[in-house]
Design a protein around this ligand. Structure first.
Ligand SMILES: NC(=O)C1=CN([C@@H]2O[C@H](COP(=O)(O)OP(=O)(O)OC[C@H]3O[C@@H](n4cnc5c(N)ncnc54)[C@H](O)[C@@H]3O)[C@@H](O)[C@H]2O)C=CC1
Ligand SMILES: CC(C)CC(=O)C(=O)O
Ligand SMILES: [Mg+2]
Length: 366
């Protein structure tokens, strides 16, 4: 068991369902802190639309400073129709904090729970056993290139440097070595120059540093099809910022709901940022309808990757698996629980797992 310590966790609730799912995950972290004797100091800061309303800036300087000084950052979601067409956009705040923290790798794992395979619109035999992870490059590409706009035209520049591709490729290959040893690198090398550079650099890093990993290249358009026809074929999917954003929302359907998927955004040093892959879901915001599991599982990733608390992370993941197996779910998965009740179900499962392990019958033989 890890030594009890004090950790500073910045919470960025954001907009829409963000505050609801962030509150759920903080509740789970508090219980984990109590069980394992850690002190988690949570401090909430403004980002996104909430920050625009309060300060005019989607990423106030005090939020940026708190994030870089924290042990880890937990984020809900940003954005919503209220800020559409405004001078500043909530999403700017999220892009800028990712950049400021140097978070170049966004890990989006997907394991299809056997008890939820029937919730996918695809056949059970296609999705059962899916276990893959998307490595999405997070601080480059078209989301960060120069934007121009006149009355009659607009442009978004897509730029990638060799160094940006190398570092995320290494992270993906290293992870593949601890998994099934396969990387599928996704690009659009038949059309885009950035993709041709991407393919060259990934091929070189593979040959020079990770020849024991199986590498294949795929074009993003047909990959979008393969991912729903044969998702079990994939282990680690390595791709650039926008393709990773789109493909990971697509594959969330395999697991039953976008509300289930967590993510970890990591750099080479400093704290990570952990958030569900979904957005602010304005259509269900403020109604206690959002599935909190993706954010709760993001809290587990926070414990594992930034705080190095492996047992504590395992404990949350085991509790979530037990709750899903018991059918205690929110409406997106056909259940009757609200956001708060679903989070409480996870908390009860953590307590039950700990009680069972403390009261395990000890059998001794001479
Ligand atoms: N990381 C972030 O903060 C992100 C923010 N956004 C922003 O969110 C806003 C809404 O974007 P959308 O395209 O509608 O994507 P979205 O992910 O917010 O919602 C897509 C659909 O999934 C459902 N959904 C999302 N999360 C759910 C949950 N936890 N439980 C149950 N159902 C859930 C929503 O109700 C909606 O029908 C936009 O302003 C967008 O820019 C979008 C993606 C990521
Ligand atoms: C800037 C974000 C809104 C992009 C996004 O959709 C995501 O990171 O999932
Ligand atoms: Mg997205």
């Amino acid at each position: 068991m890890s030594k009890a310590r004090t950790y500073n966790i910045v919470v960025l609730p954001g907009d829409g369902v963000g505050p609801e799912v962030a509150e759920a995950a903080v509740g789970v972290l508090r219980v984990i802190g109590d069980f394992y004797g850690h002190t988690f100091n949570f401090s909430e800061h403004l980002i996104g639309g909430a920050a625009i309303d309060a300060t005019g800036d989607p990423l106030p300087e005090e939020t940026r400073a708190a994030c870089v000084a924290a042990d880890a950052v937990l984020l809900g979601a940003v954005g919503g129709p209220k800020w559409d067409g405004g001078k500043r956009r909530p999403e700017e705040g999220l892009l800028n904090i990712r950049k400021a923290m140097g978070l170049f790798a966004n890990l989006r794992p997907l394991q299809v729970s056997p008890v939820l395979a029937h919730r996918s619109p695809l056949k059970k035999e296609i999705v059962e056993g899916v276990d893959l992870i998307v490595f999405r490059e997070l601080t480059g590409g078209v989301y960060f290139g120069e934007k121009t706009r006149t009355d009659t035209m607009a442009s978004d520049l897509c730029i990638y440097t060799v160094e940006e591709i190398e570092r995320v490729a290494r992270a993906a290959f290293q992870t593949a070595l601890q998994r099934r040893g396969k990387v599928t690198s996704v690009d659009k090398a038949n059309v885009m120059e950035t993709s041709r550079l991407w393919r060259e650099v990934v091929t070189r890093i593979h040959a020079q540093e990770f020849p024991q990993v199986q590498l294949e290249h795929a074009l993003v358009d047909s990959m979008a099809m393969h991912l729903i026809r044969k998702p079990r074929d994939y282990d680690v999917i390595l791709t650039e910022n926008m393709f990773g954003d789109i493909l990971s929302d697509e594959i969330s359907v395999l697991g039953g709901s976008i509300g289930l998927l967590p993510s970890a955004s990591l750099g080479s040093v400093g704290p990570g940022l952990f958030e569900p892959i979904h957005g602010s879901a304005p259509d269900i915001a403020g109604q206690d309808l959002a599935n909190p599991v993706g954010t709760i599982l993001s809290a587990a990733l926070l414990l594992r990757h930034s705080l190095k608390l492996e047992d504590e992370a395992d404990s949350i993941e085991a509790a979530v698996a037990a709750v899903l197996a018991a059918g205690a779910t929110t409406a997106d998965l056909g259940g009757a629980l609200g956001t708060r009740a679903a989070a409480n179900a996870v908390i009860d499962a953590i307590k039950a797992i700990h009680w069972a392990s403390a009261h395990r019958v000890q059998m001794h033989w001479a």
